[in-house]
Design a protein around this ligand. Sequence first.
Ligand SMILES: [Zn+2]
Length: 258
Amino acid sequence: MISVPINERQFDQLINGLSQLPAYTIGRSLDNQIVIFNSKVSGHHAQLIHCTPASFVLNDLDSKNGSFVNGVRITRKVVDKQDTLRFADTELTVDQLLALLKVDTKKPAVTPPPTPAVPKFPPKVDADSLDFTQAFADLKQVHDQYPKLRKDCRNREKMIRTGSVILSSIIGISAVLTTGGGALPFMQLMSGAGLSMLIPTLCSTILSTDEKLEIIDKEYREKYRCPNPACRDQFIPREWEQLALQKTCRRCQAIWVR
Ligand SMILES: [Zn+2]
């Protein structure tokens, strides 16, 4: 990756660009990105902010008949794909809601973030099929970044200005942006290892610190697990180093370290 020196103003622009999270309005009016045909649903009923591939913030826009998450009326709440959302009496999962998203031809299409790549396994069961050494090594970043992210999260300005590990990946990305002119930092970050895909969420001005912390915790719980998809044993609160010494998963026999 080419490193391009950038000045203060460009850096601000970069951070602002980076902090733009896709947000979709939901309601009965046809000018919403997600239209629900139900007379009990308000014209502009709610807004769904897409924070990470798995985390969203649902924001009620003072609707008459309310927005609900798992049966509880909310004004604003962090949600994921396991939650059931309800607008007046229309009940939908997050996936069903996203399926209703209109493709706007005038603006560049907001592509849903790609699901993180899952390693492919040979169809036949052999010794190698339990080799998760690479995926396990990647989890060290997830483990190490988590406390740093929580700390940085409390202060957006500090988060942006300090030279944290996470920030260095922004600088790397800045080279791509300033040379390529592409405006898809969100997408580019999604493929990054560890928790770096949380950067737009952390820099965003439309989320509160508590919401950011909740999303960091959610992503950490979701990622810091045995990399074998058939197992997914939760690693929290175990330290990565301690697991590395153990070398294999006691539950599924996956090989973490050779
Ligand atoms: Zn396992």
